[in-house]
Ligand binder design. Structure first.
Ligand code: HSE
Length: 436
């Protein structure tokens, strides 16, 4: 059979990795796909730049439209990132009847509803395995492997840069900005690294996973995000003392009231496997009603792990190129006419447990006042530790773990506690999940 022709938009870390892996594993990949896969064209901003891949035999251009408008090309790999140019190129390529493979999580999270609608209209596929958790086939697992389940919740370490920073801070006492700079050099971090540390990148990925898990439209704008830049060394140490690790988790949970979509630093019991996922590695824990908990682990970023995911999508497209579009796996796992309108909950409607650290005057009655406020808000205390006074000071750190409560009640309680004259400064609050 004729080889399938692929055009690659973007020859950076991911594009270069794709070309390398497709070349190195060509024989094994075509044994799986049933046809040879050839990268015939590629676009890049700068054609003279040094690259991680050999571009011999690939026609290079600075104009991606040359590739999109070439009738010989069957599949377009969008690996340039960003949401403006990438969106226009993808929509034009779909218009031209090309199948698309993209690693662009921001684009799918923000514009996926529109892109998939257009793709369905044109009878082409848009696949995006590399958009979440790099090399881990988590999209395929949720979309296909778990399709017999009602998915109850999922929780993931889905930003490698953030996990790398938290791990280095905990294990080596390294400084936040120094570790972030290293992640940028290693090519893990986003072009704008605040996307990594403020939870925006993880929010994009969570919106995608939730859509696949619950059959809801992509709704990134409703994801609650909190970053890791305020995590202090003291919180990391107290959490460890209590048997917990702090991880930056993306959590999606289906409740009777609606769907919780949230990204925030989270205390999780150190005995959980996912608590031991360190460095740039990613992991996603998915709870299905039939299968129970399942855990997916692997490299969340980097040239070849991401290439592995991109190529798996290319193989999927090649396998069904000539098939009937109606019998393909739906883009967002559920049939388009069966998408649910269950609401996404606001942050005040979230239910979770909490770790609280406050600095209190060391005198009788102070803790009684704090616990009275919590009790007035129906918040039950699970554990409470008062530490020695800080050297030369009359104040003591107090660490509390609460039982699950409504975020709205916790917000109100924190305002009242911080207003007490016996409490100094603001309260450090980190959400806690047992993931049981
Ligand atoms: N910046 C992302 C991360 C890259 O650190 O996980 C992979 O999506």
């Amino acid at each position: 059979m004729k080889p399938v022709k692929v055009g690659v938009l973007g020859l950076g870390t991911v594009g270069g990795g794709v070309v390398n892996v497709l070349t190195r594993n060509a024989k094994e990949i075509s044994r799986r796909a049933g046809r040879k896969i050839l990268v015939t064209h590629a676009s890049a901003r700068n054609l003279t730049q040094e690259r991680i891949c050999d571009t011999q035999g690939i026609e290079l251009t600075t104009n991606s439209l040359d590739i999109i408008n070439d009738p010989e090309i069957d599949i377009i790999l969008e690996l340039i990132g960003g949401t403006t140019l990438a969106k226009n190129l993808i929509l034009q390529a779909i218009e031209n009847g090309k199948h698309i493979v993209t690693a662009n999580k921001a684009l799918i999270a923000l514009h996926g509803n529109e892109i998939f609608a257009k793709a369905s209209e044109k009878g082409v596929m848009v696949l995006f395995e590399a958009a979440v958790a790099g090399g881990i086939p988590i999209i395929k697992a949720i979309r296909e492997g778990l399709s017999g389940n009602q998915i109850e919740w999922l929780a993931g370490i889905i930003n490698g840069t953030g996990n790398f920073i938290l791990t280095e801070m905990r294990d080596k006492g390294r400084d936040f900005s120094e570790v972030l700079a290293e992640a940028q050099v290693l090519g893990y971090a986003e072009a704008d690294p605040t996307f990594d540390v403020e939870g925006i990148d993880a929010g994009h990925k969570l919106a995608i996973l939730a859509s696949l898990a619950f059959g809801i439209p992509l709704q990134f704008e409703k994801v609650f995000t909190e970053g890791i830049s305020n995590i202090s060394r003291a919180d990391v140490e107290y959490a460890e003392e209590l048997g917990y690790r702090i991880k930056h988790l993306g959590i999606a949970r289906k409740t009777e009231q609606g769907i919780e979509l949230r990204v925030h630093p989270t205390l999780i019991p150190e005995r959980r496997l996912i608590a031991n996922v360190d460095g740039v590695m990613n992991a996603v824990l998915v709870q299905g009603d039939a299968v129970g908990p399942t855990l997916y682990y692997g490299a969340g970023a980097g040239a070849e792990p991401t290439a592995s995911a991109v190529i798996s999508d290319v193989v999927d497209v090649v396998r069904v190129l000539t098939g009937d579009p109606e019998h393909r796996v739906p883009h967002l796992a559920f049939q388009e006419d069966a998408i649910s309108d269950i609401p996404v909950l606001t942050s005040e409607q979230i239910q979770t447990a909490y770790y609280l650290r406050l600095t209190a005057e060391d005198k009788p009655g102070v803790l009684a006042e704090v616990t009275r406020i919590l009790s007035n808000h129906n918040i039950s205390i699970e554990a409470l530790i008062q530490k020695e006074p800080l050297e030369g000071k009359t104040v003591v750190p107090v660490i509390m773990l609460t039982q699950t409560t409504l975020e709205k009640e916790m917000n109100a309680a924190i305002i009242e506690i911080e207003a007490l004259s016996t409490i100094t400064g603001s309260i450090s609050r980190i959400r806690l999940e047992t993931l049981g």
